[in-house]
Design a binder for this molecule. Structure first.
Ligand SMILES: [Zn+2]
Length: 92
């Protein structure tokens, strides 16, 4: 079980959250101009590091807000930046 620190509600059990995938994945500026390979890369390819990964989470059973956290994929240590916000980190 993960104890996820919602920036607005405080620490809560992971079952209250929805995982939104890797953070900071940029939407192509002109999707019509990218190749099928590049489009598939945007849709399906994500980093899989052994270490810290930025992730999007939504507190579905609470405030329903989205935020970015950084989770160590080995230890599950979680850090939420002080400036976590809904608008600032939505990139896809
Ligand atoms: Zn919350």
């Amino acid at each position: 079980m993960l104890l996820i620190p919602c920036p607005w509600c405080g620490p809560r059990n992971e079952i209250e959250f929805h995982y939104g995938g890797q953070a900071d994945v940029s939407y192509p500026e002109d999707p019509d101009s990218v190749s099928d390979v590049d489009w598939a890369h945007f849709l399906f390819y994500r980093d899989n590091p052994k270490g810290v990964l930025a992730e999007r989470w939504s507190h579905q059973a609470g405030c329903r807000r989205w935020f970015t956290l950084r989770r160590n994929t080995v230890t599950n240590e979680i850090h939420v930046d002080d400036d976590a916000s809904e608008a600032g980190a939505v990139t896809r």
